[in-house]
Unconditional design. Structure first.
Length: 486
């Protein structure tokens, strides 16, 4: 079977990609968040041209902002109503921190509305404490809850969105938190992961703007009723120490410094510092925020001059799949991390997997806009002998192909593990962005197990954003939906 796929790679490496314009979703606010108050977020759209149907999800950290109500439903889009917006109060599949937007017309005719049309306003209660931060953005709420925008040509054109940050005021907040990569300070973030009760998963701790760093410390927090800590792995900071005294309370500290005093760390944007691993013990349908905190160890970074560095943090969500669905189902889930940076930065995108069990072979392709990113290479390859096809790099296409040469040592990886990282120089203009997605061109996506049987899989896309041009520290976010195959 794999020989057939390899031949397919040879004959398809010359193909290139073209895509239709995407729907633009814009979040804006005139509200200033204060603990105990409310904020109103307007949700507007542009490029709503000849659309037949759409679905996307709005996400935020429910430990900082909590759903209150929906206001200002538009009358510019026929059959769009309050029922088109799923909320934690009206949709059993959604938790606080998640909303859905879906629409189609009963006539099945395509519709166009003016650029800048406000669809509705979200009112959120500010439930966080001083210095907490989050961002409102679009994304996928789990397997089968993905972004989909279909035009009159029956193309899934995806969506583009800005990321709207909120930072609660306070004292000694570091840089104030809440923003994406591409700012002056270090960005400390993690990836969202889902799994079934009983699964072992790993959460990647990721940094941007990690330059001339002599020391790093901080803490992570989660709900111990949902996750049971099992350890950490893939630590790239020599001598990094973990404080596990408060594990039972869902808190883990880390502390690292360059003991030599002469070798500070410089890491590409999107680099994984380490992975934190857990057994999923929560009930189906539950979730927890994974966030960075000053307890038990305060978050502090310093440079080679012993000066403190500014930083921001962002949280992620760890979800326990509902019965019969979700990212921890039988199929492999192939995903990537969203990354942002300035023009001229070098960034790396981890390619992540869930349900990667008894895998004997893996192949596929990745795609991006070569006007925004210039490929520089791959690193941290966890599949021995994995080969990359770079024949279509100038068209923004990279293929990968791996199989177990021994025939007797299939690979099993914890959920959230990184297969490899793809690195780029950012060459796009400030404010531009590109989708990083998985595709069958030039190499068809395929996975097989130790019995040479093909494995079902699904894929999700991510964002590469060029900082600047968005105001307020936000950057454009591009997320599209990939169909579940098989």
């Amino acid at each position: 079977m794999m020989q057939k796929h390899i031949i397919f790679i040879i004959f398809t490496l010359l193909f290139s990609f073209s895509a239709s314009a995407q729907l633009e979703v814009n979040f804006s606010t005139e509200s200033t968040p204060t603990p105990g108050g409310t904020v109103d977020v307007d949700v507007s759209v542009s490029n709503f041209d000849d659309i037949i149907t759409l679905q996307y999800f709005i996400l935020w950290d429910s430990l900082v902002l909590s759903y209150n109500s929906i206001l200002n439903i538009t009358d510019q889009l026929e059959q769009f109503s309050v029922g088109s917006v799923g909320t934690p109060e009206t949709a059993v599949t959604l938790d606080d921190g998640e909303m859905s937007v879906s629409w189609s017309h009963s006539s099945t005719n395509p519709f166009t509305i003016p650029d800048g049309t406000r669809l509705f306003t979200i009112r959120l209660d500010v439930v966080g404490t001083d210095c907490d931060s989050t961002a409102v953005e679009i994304g996928s709420a789990g397997q089968f809850q993905n972004i989909e925008v279909v035009n009159a040509d029956f193309e899934d054109i995806g969506a583009v969105s800005n990321m709207l940050p909120f930072a609660l005021p306070g004292t000694d907040c570091g840089s104030g938190g809440g923003g994406g990569g591409g700012q002056d300070g270090i960005v400390l973030r993690s990836n969202s992961v889902s799994g079934d009760n009983g699964d072992n998963i790993c959460v990647s701790i990721i940094v941007d703007n990690f330059t001339d760093v002599q020391s790093a410390q901080g803490s992570m927090m989660w709900d111990p009723a949902v996750l049971s800590y099992t350890g950490n792995q893939n630590n790239i900071l020599p001598g990094n120490a973990f404080g596990e005294a408060d594990i039972a309370q869902g808190m883990l500290a880390f502390n690292w410094f360059d003991s030599s005093g002469v070798t500070p760390q410089n890491l590409a944007n999107g680099t994984v510092l380490f992975d934190v691993c857990f057994d999923v013990i929560g009930a189906a349908g539950t979730s927890t925020t994974f966030k960075f905190t000053d307890s038990p160890s305060m978050i502090v970074f310093s440079d080679s001059n012993d000066e403190e560095l500014e930083f921001t943090t962002s949280s992620s969500t760890i979800s326990v799949n509902s019965e019969g669905g979700g990212g921890g189902g039988n199929g492999i889930v192939l995903s990537s991390n969203s990354v942002s940076g300035d023009n001229g930065d070098n960034i790396c995108i981890p390619v992540l997997v869930d349900n990667f069990a008894d895998v004997q072979s893996a192949q596929g392709s990745m795609m991006w806009d070569p006007a925004v990113l210039s490929f520089t290479g791959t690193q941290n390859n966890n599949l021995p002998g994995n080969a990359f096809g770079e024949g279509s790099i100038n068209q923004g296409l990279l293929a990968f192909n791996w199989f177990d040469n021994s025939g007797v040592t299939p690979v099993t990886l914890a959920n959230g593990s990184s297969l490899f990282e793809v690195c780029f120089d950012i060459i796009g203009a400030a404010g531009s962005s590109t989708t990083f997605k998985f595709t069958d061109d030039p190499s068809m996506l395929a996975f097989s197990d130790s019995n040479d049987q093909e494995i079902d899989f699904s894929t999700t896309s991510s964002t590469i954003s060029v900082a600047g041009g968005g105001g307020g520290g936000g950057t454009d976010l591009v997320i599209t939906m990939e169909d579940v195959i098989g």
